[in-house]
Design a protein around this ligand. Structure first.
Ligand SMILES: Cc1cc2nc3c(=O)[nH]c(=O)nc-3n(C[C@H](O)[C@H](O)[C@H](O)COP(=O)(O)OP(=O)(O)OC[C@H]3O[C@@H](n4cnc5c(N)ncnc54)[C@H](O)[C@@H]3O)c2cc1C
Length: 376
């Protein structure tokens, strides 16, 4: 369908950038505003699951990801002492020529997507947000913080889990909820013998590693926490080392190398799953604004990229914008809910730490991974 539309995207995270790229493929006039003047995406590594690799292939950035990240096959599962108990093959969901899983540094992924966004022809305006957003006669009128204003056929809110747009337009929705765990990440050098992702289980803690480039990998570890309080940064190396005290093998080696210069990040985990509809008039919500998950299935960013793909497909299919938004949310809701609900449940089972919980954890993980391999 060749309808020409003028679109504003609020938020230049992974979901917003992929939405800009996909909508430019429809020849829409796309503007993206990002509040951060430096368009930084901080963070450690991010795991790119098979379905997420498939989505990035559709967006058109897979070659850069494979070159600048690390795409690997197989997942190693071991005990805290480093003993390997299983090698699980990862399904090549993105095609026979693309490994089953991957990892990349978040800032590197952000640079790849920012370059592709600009190359798509989208107009990117940094250090900017809106002060007013109003709808009339099937159009959205937006005034920006620099005093400019413009009118759009549709607006895509991709401003993340703490979305100002969601609070403004859907104030009755519950706030994101703390899930009872905190996430630790550390970026460390990748020894040559580390060929794929792995995780190791102690009595109460699961820690793992994933390569993110030819020379780097990241450590991930989840911890049961009573509250989502801020932990002072200067205590992070010692707290993470203490959490990993049971481990030997590769995780133990990483622990022994931690110091005040280590690239460590701690973040309490929250979740949000909003029931459809995901739009208010001609404004639609995508990514973490509607479905923010914990990292247990490494799929939060992936379902944001998929949102971008499906939204573009439905806009292309429907003459009426609201019909497109309705079709979009109905195609996305169950899949995103599967990711959020399963991820949160995996965290609950980890916190229980019993043998029964461990078995249920494995079964749930396998069921979810299989379900997510299905086409979107
Ligand atoms: C600890 C942790 C680990 C994770 N690990 C993985 C993983 O391994 N794999 C995976 O697939 N997913 C993972 N996720 C999930 C993933 O990080 C998120 O789902 C994803 O980053 C969401 O992208 P987004 O673009 O929707 O939102 P965001 O990344 O939050 O982007 C929102 C953007 O909007 C901008 N913005 C905000 N407000 C405004 C405003 N008012 N005006 C203009 N711009 C604004 C922000 O600056 C930001 O750039 C993890 C999440 C956590 C918490």
């Amino acid at each position: 369908m060749a309808t020409h539309r003028k679109v504003l995207i609020i938020g230049g995270g992974i979901t917003g950038m992929c939405t800009a790229i996909q909508l430019r493929k429809l020849q829409y006039d796309v503007e993206l505003v990002e509040i951060d003047p430096n368009w930084r995406i901080d963070g450690a590594g991010i795991t790119i699951s098979g379905p997420t690799l498939r989505a990035f292939k559709e967006v058109g950035v897979i070659a850069d990801i494979m070159e600048q990240g690390a795409c690997t096959d197989n997942l190693t599962i071991g005990l805290a002492n480093g003993q390997v108990v299983a090698q699980i093959p990862t399904q090549r969901v993105a095609g026979p020529d693309i490994p089953g899983t991957g990892g990349i540094l978040r800032p590197v992924l952000a640079q790849i997507l920012a370059k592709a966004t600009r190359a798509s022809g989208a107009t990117v305006r940094l250090g900017l947000t809106y002060t007013a957003i109003e709808q009339s006669n099937g159009k959205v009128h937006v005034t920006f913080t620099d005093g400019t204003s413009s009118t759009y056929d549709l607006v895509v809110a991709a401003d993340g889990v703490t979305s100002k747009t969601r609070s403004l337009l859907l104030p009755h929705l519950p706030k994101p909820e703390f899930t009872g765990q905190g996430s630790w990440r550390a970026v460390v050098p990748r020894p040559a013998e580390i060929q794929n992702a792995s995780f190791y289980i102690s009595k109460t803690t699961k820690a793992g590693i994933n390569p993110v480039s030819k020379t780097e990998m990241y450590l991930f570890c989840l911890q049961r926490m009573e509250t989502d309080e801020f932990i002072p940064k200067e205590t992070w190396p010692a707290r993470l080392a203490a959490l990993l005290s049971d481990f030997s093998g590769v995780v133990g080696q990483i622990r022994d190398g931690l110091n005040e210069h280590s690239h460590i990040l701690y973040r309490p985990l929250h979740k949000l799953m909003v029931a459809a509809p995901w739009h208010v008039g001609n404004i639609v919500f995508v990514g973490d604004t509607m479905h923010a998950t914990t990292p247990h299935l490494a799929s939060g960013a992936g379902i944001g990229v998929e949102d971008a793909i499906v939204l573009a497909q439905e806009l292309d299919r429907h003459e009426n914008i609201v019909d497109a938004f309705t079709a979009f949310a109905s195609r996305r809701y169950e899949r995103c809910k599967l990711v959020v609900d399963s991820s949160v449940k995996l965290g609950v089972l980890e916190n229980l730490g019993t043998e029964d919980a461990k078995q249920e954890h494995t079964q749930l993980m396998m069921k979810a991974v299989q379900a997510l391999a299905a086409p979107i």
